[in-house]
Structure formats: structure tokens, C-alpha cells
Ligand binder design. Sequence first.
Ligand code: PBG
Length: 333
Amino acid sequence: MIERQFPITRMRRMRKDPFSRRLMREHVLTTNDLIYPMFVIEGHNRREPVKSMPDIERLSIDLLITEAQELFELGIPMIALFPVPDPETKSLDAAEAYNPDGLAQRAVRALKEAIPDMGIMTDIALDPYTTHGQDGIIDENGYVLNDDTIDVLMQQAISHAEAGADVVAPSDMMDGRIIEIREHLEEHGHIHTRIMAYSAKYASSYYGPFRDAVGSAGNLGAGNKHTYQMDPTNSNEALHEVAMDINEGADMVMVKPGLPYLDIVYRVKQEFQAPTFVYHVSGEYAMLKAAALNGWINEKDVVLETLLSCKRAGADGILTYYAKVVAQWLAEK
Ligand code: PBG
């Protein structure tokens, strides 16, 4: 026999009216939660659509600034930059990654000059700069070398910090890169540069549209990133990764992708209580867009529900290609 609670407890009483539904809300999505990833290209007054990501464009630096100004006015705290450098800059040693006059570094400098109060985050990884599209330096068998790669990542991080990046975000999944980057930043006097570690980055098939956007898909070919990104079968391993990154000096940790990995977000937040972020990635964006463009879902409602679920799982913030539109929707109400 179950103990009889009904009708003393009627769960529906609190749901009856908007005022009591509003009062008991546990989680809320605001513009403060949003980080907008942006693709930057060479040239002037250039914008290119990304085929697999409708409404997302690659922008030259001048247009990037105009767009970022709008994002800043909408209240978006930070943007994440993804450079799409010209193919001829790619090499085996990825030296372009730390060129002080590289595309990423120029974009950061221009953004910080135009909008000093907007947070600028940069990606620390070598995939835009290698001829083979891997995130690091490879040996003769194509294996990504951990320590050789870190040497380049450290220089890349310094060049971004020198350009004015507020947050550097290693997305490469090499072991020990957070401590090396942290020490290198300290030694160079960049004690305020924050690190958002892509701590639990899975070898996911959801990154396809991103690789189209940055043009690394062609370089990567049939290659994959299974020797450094995490296996989707694992979750305890993610906690191990996050623990290491926090110990090594990460200020923020991230789980990626988003919706299919919210169990990981939840566990990370429960375990560490550190600033925790989630990346709602390109493939997730593409799926929602495709359904929306077909008229099969109500885009606004589904997107807001999706991002709210990231908050409910424990994320403090969300990287999403929907950031701008969501900020506009939230400003409407
Ligand atoms: C590369 C990088 C990737 C993404 C962010 N940084 C792709 C990859 O690891 O191949 C994916 C982002 C997305 O899919 O939206 N270091």
C-alpha cells in the first residue's frame, strides 16, 4: 500500500497560474549565459555562408567588428573566435599558429581596440594550421605527438594573450597542456588571461559542419581524432580529465558536445562546482536548423528549451551558434 498524499498534495496547484509558475522557476536562461562562436576570414568586406550551417557566415575582420558591436549591444558577454586562414599558410609545423600578425591575432587586436569591454576567447589548437587537419604535430605514422604539440600550443597561447585575448581555450586534448600554458602565461606576465579548458572533448561526429566551416574537413579526409579526443563510451574518464585541468590551473572547464553529453555536464558540475561550460556544437545547430527550415519544429521554442536544458544540467554558460538570435529573442520579451 502506498501512503495516500492526494489530494493534500496537488502538484498542479503551483502550475495553475503564470505568477506561481514564475515564482517557482529553478533555472533560467539569460543573455549572460551565451558565448557566440564566430568564423573569421582574410580580406575586406567579405562574408561567406557556411553551407551546412544556415544563417552562419565567415566574416572578414572589418565585418566581424561590426557584427561584434551588435552582439555587445545585445549583452552577449563573450565571443569565441575561429580563424579560417588561407590554405597556403598551412604547414606540417603549424608555425602560422603563433604568427603575431596571423589572422587570429589581428582579429583579436582589432576587436579589443573597437570593443574593449567585450570578452574575446580564442581557440588553442593547431587544426586550422596543419596541412593534415589534425590538432597537433604528427610523426611519420600520422600519430599526433603530445609534447611537441604542446610546445607550439604554448607559443600560440602567448601570441593570443599578447594580442589581447581575455580567454584562451585549448581544444586540442593533449595531456598536460593546461599547466604548460598556464606557466608560460605567468612567466610572460599574462596573469589575468583566463583559461577555458576543453576538458571533456569527445571524438564526436557532431563536429562535421564546423570542419566544413573552417575548411579542415578536406585536409582531415578519412582521418579521425580518436587518439586524443575522448571516446563517447566513457564518462568517468571525463571527471578524471576535468580534475587534471582544474589542478593544472584551468579557470573554466568545458564539456563538448552539448545535448548528447548533458549527463557529463551534470556530473562535472556536481563533482567540482567549478565554472562549467558546454559547447552546443555545429552538428547540433545544423539539426535544429534543418528541422526549423522544414517547418517541422518551432525553432524559437525548441532552441530555448534546448539551451535551458544545458543550464538545468549545471552549465554556467553555453557556446552556441544560436547566441545572437537567442539574445534577440530574450530582448523581445
Ligand atoms: C578544433 C575544434 C573543433 C571544434 C571546435 N574546435 C573541431 C574538431 O575538434 O575537429 C568543433 C566545434 C563545433 O563543431 O561546433 N580544435
